[in-house]
Design a protein around this ligand. Structure first.
Ligand SMILES: C[S@@+](CC[C@H](N)C(=O)[O-])C[C@H]1O[C@@H](n2cnc3c(N)ncnc32)[C@H](O)[C@@H]1O
Length: 163
């Protein structure tokens, strides 16, 4: 079924596990989406959130989000790990279990599979490759013999709803 994350057509407590993967950065109201996930999770059930992370350094986070909005105009904002953790804490779920990982790409491959504004892939690739100097996007951009490699810092956060 397809529908809005803010209004999922199932009864309260309907699912034993509710997951949301690589979508929060598209949400204008993550708190509202998280409240809906919680509503759908049965007592004793698990709630799992997975997404890419913005850097804790505000300048890098801003540059990363500007690049991502260019790369995929449907992006609202990647949030920091602390922000995502805060969704669990504010909802009374306690400290979530956090697993960090990264999703790596050759920048040229990433750009090839993207739909940048104005279809300007050359400018997008140049922007990403330039971040190798000083890691300005927080993507650990590294020059290799094959070209610039980047990694999306990502996390899976999960917690159980009290039974
Ligand atoms: C990057 S894709 C991830 C898809 C899938 N969850 C995965 O992990 O492969 C982001 C998804 O979020 C969905 N999405 C974005 N905003 C949404 C909203 N407000 N309500 C429901 N789905 C939304 C999009 O339709 C898209 O399928």
């Amino acid at each position: 079924m397809q529908g809005s994350v803010y209004s999922v057509p199932y009864a309260d407590n309907y699912f034993n596990a509710v997951t949301c993967r690589f979508a929060v950065h598209h949400f204008r109201q993550p708190e509202r989406a998280f409240a809906e996930m919680l509503r759908l999770t049965a007592p004793g059930g698990r709630i799992v959130l997975c997404d890419g992370l913005a850097s804790d350094e505000p300048a890098k986070a801003a540059a990363f989000n500007a690049m991502e909005r260019l790369r995929d105009p449907s992006t609202v904002s990647f949030r920091t790990l602390d922000y995502l953790r805060g969704l669990f804490l504010s909802a009374g779920l306690g400290e979530p279990e956090v697993r960090l990982f990264q999703v790596s790409y050759l920048a040229a491959d990433l750009v090839r599979g993207s739909f940048p504004e104005g279809d300007d892939r050359d400018a997008l690739l140049a922007l990403i490759e330039a971040s190798a100097e000083g890691d300005t996007l927080g993507m650990r951009a590294t020059r290799t013999n094959d070209g610039v490699c980047v990694a999306y810092p990502s996390a899976v956060l999960s917690a159980f709803r009290a039974g």
